[in-house]
Design a protein around this ligand. Structure first.
Ligand SMILES: *Cc1c(COP(=O)(O)O)cnc(C)c1O
Length: 365
């Protein structure tokens, strides 16, 4: 060997391509609707807590993120000892893979699952096993059919990004019941705050009553703190113990933990965001359907818009057309969805502009 070679699996990873960051056109207002960020920003209380933390940047953070675990515990009625915080839920997902996967193991995700899962799987030398979906929705039978003696972990975003679909809690429980006890089931609840379906549950009961299920969550979406990189997991004592042994001793910064603790306590801000999202998600879905486009019904803060595959009306044509108007959506080629764009629900102004642009796009010769 003439130069260092990374571990098995690493060079099989297709590098993650984030949503485009808008390219400014002079004099044009730009709307970034490509990364599922909130149009409102965080709670003002979170900004204040963040700003106040600037007075003590010389001090290491409190290593267990105690203030934040207590705040999350209060908001969800959870034992803070069963919570681990991380630098975004991305860190938590990678720590879970690191703790439970090794070369030769298999982890299952679904066709249009979140792309961080295969990265975390391959980075630990394990095999990424893909279970097909039905109607852009995770299929419990398809996942169970792919379990082998080597399966160690199952990734499930509920709701899923980028499809916006979800599994009712009965289905999640059926998945858990069908998996061997030694398989970790990761329920990624990044978008749970946007769901208002009475057959949906975030998974707390399942985590609390099993030793093999974890729920992960983030402050990047409804709480508007994506820039701070802050997420968390709720898990059984055995998994929490394993993750605490391998995480960095100061993996969460003080500004992030105090801002997140303030954000989760601001129930009014969360409620306002949820109501805005629900209203405009339904409006966008109706309006775009009326234009002849197909929109996958979403329970998240984004919608998946399917375009024709020919005739100057493709998703690539639409992407270019929208970008010219300063409307930046997310192309999904690397998610196996080359004919769709994902749009994050924005402000009223942004939503109406997208509707108007797509009306012009569909009407042009
Ligand atoms: C946005 C998102 C996350 C959040 O990731 P962070 O690292 O916490 O910003 C997690 N899972 C899914 C499915 C997401 O879309």
């Amino acid at each position: 060997m003439s130069r260092p070679v990374p571990n098995p699996g690493i060079l099989d990873i297709a590098p993650y391509t984030p949503g485009k960051s808008p390219v400014p056109v002079p004099g044009q207002k730009v709307f970034k609707l490509s990364a599922n960020e909130t149009p409102f920003g965080p709670s003002p209380r979170a900004r204040e807590a963040f700003a106040a933390s600037a007075a003590h940047l010389e001090d290491y953070p409190e290593g267990s993120a105690r203030v934040l675990r207590d705040a999350i515990g209060r908001a969800y009625g959870l034992d803070p000892d069963r919570i681990v915080c991380g630098a975004g839920s991305d860190e938590i997902l990678n720590l879970l893979a690191h703790a439970y996967l090794q070369p030769g193991d298999e982890a299952i995700s679904t066709t249009h699952g979140f792309l961080v899962y295969p990265i975390a799987t391959l980075a630990n030398g394990a095999k990424n096993v893909v279970a097909p979906e039905t109607d852009f929705t995770a299929d419990v039978d398809a996942i169970l059919a792919r379990v082998t003696p080597r399966t160690r972990l199952v990734w499930l975003a509920n709701p899923n990004n980028p499809t916006g679909t979800y599994l009712p809690f009965d289905e999640v429980k059926r998945l858990r019941a069908g998996l061997p006890a030694h398989v970790v089931l990761v329920l990624d609840a990044a978008y749970s705050d946007f769901v208002s379906r009475n057959d949906y549950e975030i998974g707390i009961e399942l985590v609390a009553t099993t030793e093999n299920t974890v729920m992960t969550h983030t402050f990047s979406k409804i709480h508007g703190l994506a820039a701070l990189r802050i997420g968390w997991m709720f898990g059984p004592a055995n998994i929490v113990d394993a993750i605490n042994r391998i995480r960095g001793p100061f993996n969460v910064s003080t500004p992030a933990m105090v801002a997140a603790a303030a954000a989760i306590a601001d129930a009014d801000h969360v409620r306002m965001s949820r109501e805005h999202n629900e209203k405009w998600r339904d409006w966008m879905t109706d309006e775009l359907t009326r234009l002849g486009l197909t929109v996958t019904p979403s329970v998240g803060n984004f919608i998946l818009i399917h375009f024709p595959t020919t005739g100057g009306k493709t998703s690539a044509d639409a992407d270019a057309f929208l970008t010219q108007r300063g409307l930046v959506l997310r192309a999904l080629n690397n998610y196996g969805l080359p004919h769709a764009l994902r749009m994050t629900i924005g402000t009223e102004e942004a939503n109406v502009l997208v509707r108007d642009a797509l009306r012009d796009f569909m009407a042009r010769p």
